[in-house]
Design a protein around this ligand. Structure first.
Ligand code: PBG
Length: 326
């Protein structure tokens, strides 16, 4: 007989009480804002399927980074668009490529911002796959991880704080760790996209990063959306190989994976609230079908409540502004 002794509504009577007993306190401190760096100067092109998100040259990236830091967002993650694509994605490790130049510019501006870099080949390869291909068009694991380690090292040299491999090749975390250590970058951390699913939710990103595979798909390296136990195994391997932070991606259809990773492992858990998750909210908001602010904050709260203390999200700037005025 709990009622009438127990009345859960007692603690919901006012915002003061609700705030007092709130279990999840969404904060900008865990946000990471994704940005797309392109070659050139003075370039700022909006991505048509992602309102408010731009492909930008290094000089413009720094300007927006200033705004990001002023909003109290602690970190950005940089993706790069190359000048030229080739079979091996060689521009991924070029010290003068857009990402490396952007890192350098952010460092020179002395912004209070952690710089994370996405480490992958898909934006840089002519075929759009995350690794190199053999004659039959199959993605080759071991030659690819050597190239990914080259890219990670060049990001570290440019001044990245954290490198984030998103390719899903086996053994890439170990390869990157040993390459960084051999070059005296022991302090550069690895955030691994450990449980990255083969998802249709990356569609708008592939327009932003011009990284859609030219043939086939990513099913031979990204995970099957139906698998949860396998995700935990992927996370375990990455931690054993030296990942400092692990990530689950996408976020919303995989909240169970975030929760299970949080319960099973003690490293920080990040989640990527990916491009289509963002675009769907923006599109519905533009049509006047939803309350964008409430929906966005509810989504981000849900991802944090599931167990992610770090959230990569295109909503970061909007959410930071709204949280200030909540
Ligand atoms: C690169 C990469 C992708 C995303 C992040 N890194 C795309 C993909 O794997 O095809 C997706 C991010 C998003 O959708 O916001 N491998």
């Amino acid at each position: 007989m709990t009622f009438p002794i127990h009345r859960p509504r007692r603690l919901r009577r006012s915002e003061a009480l609700r705030g007092f007993v709130r279990e999840t306190r969404l904060s900008t401190e865990g946000f990471v804002y994704p940005m797309f760096a392109c070659p050139g100067k003075g370039v700022r092109n909006e991505v048509s399927s992602m309102p408010g998100i731009y492909q930008q040259s290094a000089d413009r990236i720094v300007e927006e980074c200033r705004e990001v830091a002023d909003l109290g967002i602690p970190a950005v993650i940089l993706f790069g668009l190359p000048e030229h694509k080739d079979e091996t994605g060689s521009e991924a490790a070029d010290p003068n490529a857009a990402v490396q130049r952007s890192i350098d510019a952010i460092r020179k501006a002395k912004l209070n911002l952690l710089v994370i870099t996405d480490v992958c080949l898909c934006e840089y390869t002519s075929h759009g796959h995350c690794g190199v291909l053999d004659a039959a068009g199959v993605v080759q694991n071991d030659p690819s991880i050597a190239l990914l380690a080259d890219a990670a090292l060049s990001h570290a040299r440019a001044g990245a704080d954290i490198v984030a491999p998103s390719d899903m090749m086996d053994g890439r975390v170990a390869a990157i760790r040993s390459r960084l250590d051999a070059n005296n970058f022991q302090e550069v951390a690895i955030l691994s996209y450990a449980a990255k699913y083969c998802s249709a939710f990356y569609g708008p990103f592939r327009e932003a990063a011009q990284s859609a595979p030219q043939s086939g798909d990513r099913r031979s390296y990204q995970m099957d959306p139906a698998n949860a136990r396998e995700a935990l195994r992927e996370v375990e391997f990455d931690i054993e190989e030296g990942a400092d932070i692990i990530m689950v991606k996408p976020a919303l259809p995989y909240l169970d994976i975030i929760r299970r990773a949080r319960e099973r492992f003690d490293v920080p858990v990040a989640a990527y609230n990916v491009s289509a998750e963002f675009s769907m909210v923006k599109a519905a908001a533009q049509k006047g079908w939803i309350d964008e602010q409430r929906i966005t904050l509810e989504i981000l709260t849900g991802i944090q409540r599931a167990g992610a203390s770090i959230i990569l999200t295109y909503h970061a700037k909007d959410a930071a502004r709204w949280l200030k005025h909540c």
